[in-house]
Design a protein around this ligand. Structure first.
Ligand code: SAM
Length: 279
């Protein structure tokens, strides 16, 4: 590699289908002398498949600081490194963030390559049609922590994106239904880019039964997309809050001003409504 190209390259790899890798990613993997891999036994055969003969060093969740030092040492020796994880994009519910930060702090370039990411693949075919989304990744595995995490998400108007493993999918979908109610739309995207890929969309209240109806539906890797909280009707909410404030004995002007500030409903309309309610 030329001196100008000295860098840590962040290289996404396929989620399942071996054809899902970019030309540029293959070129980088063939050029670099080192690849830092989440699991060297897993990535070794994959890299050889693409004609990459680089030496491997381990960079997983439990040795990321140590791996970062090794990567910085390689860069200091003038050797570029590519970072890969088992599948998809490094740093997305996977190791990578700390290593990238250390390398940049040491003054070396970090070059990201675009490529497969399960969340983005699911969103592209989920059909929920909302412009904004929030990537959450894996929910906590313990029931208490999970329901607390979900409680903080219930009012958000954006599509929520979760990752889930097969042994927890039924439990997690039940927890979602409990936290968000039956009406929202859930997209269950399973085994994306693989032989048994399926993308199923249904009301959240029906999702548990759908999963239980066939054991195969609980197998593989999952992305869950949940439609956001429906928009609150400002006027209805304004009227509700206004009535509460008047019932508490607040004067008309103060109650209508507060109802406007709390709900965003029109100030003037609230004031007139308050006058009417007060007779
Ligand atoms: N870094 C990866 C990415 O860019 O998407 C994610 C890695 S995370 C450790 C693994 C999780 O990603 C799986 O449990 C699953 O939720 C999701 N995932 C990965 N591959 C998938 C696939 N082919 N279909 C559906 N979900 C997948």
């Amino acid at each position: 590699m030329t001196e100008e190209a000295l860098a840590l390259y962040v290289v996404p790899t396929p989620l399942g289908h071996l054809g899902d890798i970019t030309q540029r990613a293959i070129e980088i993997l063939r050029q670099v002398p080192w690849v830092a891999a989440e699991d060297t036994r897993h990535s070794g055969p994959l890299l050889r498949h693409y004609g990459c003969n680089a030496r491997l060093l381990a960079a997983h969740q439990h040795n990321e600081e140590d791996a970062a030092q090794q990567v910085v040492a390689r860069l200091a020796a003038g050797e570029s490194v590519a970072l890969v994880v088992d599948a998809g994009t490094p740093g997305i519910s996977d190791p990578g963030a700390r290593l990238v930060a250390r390398v940049r702090a040491a003054g070396y370039r970090v070059v990201p390559l675009p490529g497969p990411c399960a969340a983005v693949v699911a969103l592209s075919a989920g059909g929920l049609g909302e412009a904004q989304f929030l990537f959450y990744g894996f929910l906590p595995s313990k029931a208490g922590a999970r329901s607390e995490a979900l409680r903080q998400l219930t009012h958000l108007p954006w599509t929520l994106v979760f990752y889930e493993a097969p042994h927890r999918i039924v439990e997690t979908v039940a927890a979602l239904a409990e936290a968000f109610g039956p009406e929202r739309t859930l997209v269950i995207a399973r085994e994306l880019t693989k032989l048994f890929e399926s993308i199923h969309s249904c009301p959240l209240g029906e999702a548990g039964d759908w999963l239980l109806a066939d054991d195969n539906r609980q197998r593989g890797e999952f992305v869950l997309l949940l439609s956001g909280a429906p928009p609150v009707d400002d006027r209805a909410e304004g009227a509700r809050v206004l009535k509460l404030l008047l019932d508490e004995g607040l004067p008309v002007s103060q109650a209508s001003r507060l109802a406007h500030l709390i709900t965003g409903a029109g100030k003037k309309a609230l004031y007139q409504q308050a006058l009417r309610l007060k007779g």
